[in-house]
Write a protein that binds this ligand. Structure first.
Ligand SMILES: [Zn+2]
Length: 134
């Protein structure tokens, strides 16, 4: 007869991968960019925003502030009006995701931003945590 531990191990082994990866952190999508003349074109920007569930214009505004250059949206791309390399662009966007998207409690990206009395709150749909954003 199987011991209780054996049964538990067996039950765990039979869990689908999804249940096992419960604690894994959200993987931030990686963006590709190219320099063209005096501009940098960030490709797949729209699908990146879709994955992190944020409006492209808000993310574009953040990029504009971080890089201190004007930005514009063109189709599914983001245009930065200066030259930057892909590495720094991804670093900035990871910073954005860590600050404005991923829940600091459970590391899931199922969040939205609420504004309350001029305070921005990151509200998590997965664990219910509310974190103020500075
Ligand atoms: Zn959470």
């Amino acid at each position: 007869m199987d011991s209780y531990d054996d049964l538990l191990n067996k039950a765990y082994a039979e869990l689908p991968d999804k249940a096992k990866s419960h604690d894994e952190r959200f993987e931030i999508p990686v963006l590709d960019s190219i320099q063209q003349g005096t501009k940098t074109i960030v490709k797949n920007f729209a699908s990146f925003c879709e994955k992190i569930r944020r409006e492209p214009q808000y993310v574009a505004k953040f990029m504009s502030r971080e890089f201190a250059v004007p930005t514009s949206l063109e189709g599914s791309s983001l245009i930065l009006h200066s030259k930057f390399n892909t590495k720094i662009i991804n670093e900035k966007l990871q910073k954005y995701v860590k600050k404005y998207v991923v829940c600091p409690e459970c590391f899931k990206p199922d969040t939205k931003i609420l504004e309350q009395d001029r305070i921005k709150l990151l509200v998590c749909g997965a664990c219910g945590a509310r974190t103020s954003i500075r």
